[in-house]
Design a protein. Structure first.
Length: 379
């Protein structure tokens, strides 16, 4: 049975105006402290993930009486924020993550930005935040990249990571949706998410802690979900693992997702399975693309519950041959080891994982045909 598109996927497939049509919505403000040539060279020669940032950031403010206004590109720097700002007390905040890629001909592209724009608004609705018009979301990216084009790396595999977010900036201590919201878009030139690049990672599986529960905010991209993952992530680090995998909160038996990535399992018979979306799992754009690429390749994909104990048994029996995780930051990451209260199991980096990685990154970089029009030219 072929994949039935979700509401988010349908919305993400709607066409977008060309970048030149959206350009100029965010007005560039004077910047007196642009990074020096020396500082720029230092950053671009030693890229890390999310450590250094470009010169500008996009900004807009929503109020209950004006709506979205004050669309600007302003110097990246510290914010002036009241200690009583609602976000600091009640966590009313959502964010997204996507990348800008510089291709061999010098053009700059991004991957499925409408998916991010639509998911941003899905998250906003869940957190009682105002929706940001899709075209404004895209325009902020277009204008920021136009101003900060030099920060899009030229090195193979490197990109400009884009982080749009909005938060409750109204100063008050009452528990209610804020009447003032700030939207910002910041950018960071990055290398691979994992320092070793495309290679197997070790995963700690926790039964004690859960990322999110049914009826909660699990399918929204909001900071509280990630805050909840930090303690088990630290436990994983302390035991020598690189990431943590969460099981469902209702039964602690089924695989949900990693702290920031969706999970796929490859079986010996060629079938690929991924946990079905339950409302507690974030619907990933990379997950969605992988499902479509699998269908294009004739690979059967099943979206269903994956019982973790059965998964262990299948790995040990050789019924499962590969496991990988996926997300915007790391794209596709093979899992080489699973550990926890059950001991450890190991897996090899398989051909299905590698082929999917090569196809997806090839589409993003323009070396593989983009038959689904996922890529959007920014500049």
């Amino acid at each position: 049975m072929s994949h039935i598109p979700t509401k988010l996927e349908v919305a993400a497939g709607l066409p977008l105006p060309a970048a030149q049509t959206l350009a100029g919505r965010f007005l560039v403000q004077p910047h007196s402290t642009l990074a020096s040539d020396q500082e720029y060279a230092r950053v671009m020669q030693d890229l890390h993930f999310g450590v250094d940032f470009s010169d500008y950031m996009a900004s807009s403010v929503w109020t209950s009486d004006r709506g979205w206004a004050d669309k600007e590109l302003v110097p990246f720097g510290p914010l002036t924020l009241s200690p009583a700002a609602s976000v600091l007390h009640y966590g009313q905040e959502v964010f997204e993550g996507l990348k800008a890629y510089r291709r061999e001909d010098g053009s700059i592209w991004t991957f499925r930005p409408r998916f991010n724009a639509e998911r941003f608004n899905h998250s906003a609705r869940r957190l009682a935040l105002p929706e940001l018009p899709v075209e404004d979301f895209i325009a902020s990216i277009v204008d920021l990249v136009a101003a900060d084009g030099r920060w899009v790396p030229k090195q193979e595999g490197a990109s400009l990571y884009l982080r749009p977010f909005m938060f409750a900036s109204e100063p008050f201590l009452g528990v209610k949706p804020a009447h003032e919201i700030t939207y910002l878009l910041i950018a960071s030139p990055v290398g691979p998410y994992f320092a070793k690049g495309f290679g197997p990672v070790s995963i700690y599986v926790t039964r004690e802690y859960h990322r999110a529960g049914l009826g909660g905010t699990g399918d929204a991209k909001t900071s509280g979900n990630y805050a909840a993952s930090l303690l088990p992530q630290q436990i994983a680090y302390d035991q020598g693992y690189e990431q943590v995998c969460f099981l469902d909160s209702a039964t602690s038996t089924n695989v949900d997702e990693l702290g920031g990535m969706n999970v796929f399992v490859v079986y010996r018979d060629g079938v690929v399975r991924t946990p079905k979306l339950t409302g507690a799992i974030l619907e990933g754009g990379t997950r969605s693309a992988i499902i479509q690429i699998c269908e294009d390749k004739g690979i059967v994909v099943e979206e269903s519950s994956i019982n973790f104990d059965q998964l262990l048994e299948d790995i040990r029996a050789g019924v499962v041959t590969e496991v990988f995780a996926c997300g915007t930051a790391a794209v596709i990451t093979p899992v080489g080891k699973l550990g926890g209260d059950f001991g450890e199991v190991t897996l090899e980096l398989g051909q299905v994982t590698r082929d999917l990685y090569d196809t997806l990154t090839g589409i993003q970089w323009g070396t593989v045909e983009d038959t689904h029009n996922w890529c959007y030219r920014i500049a």
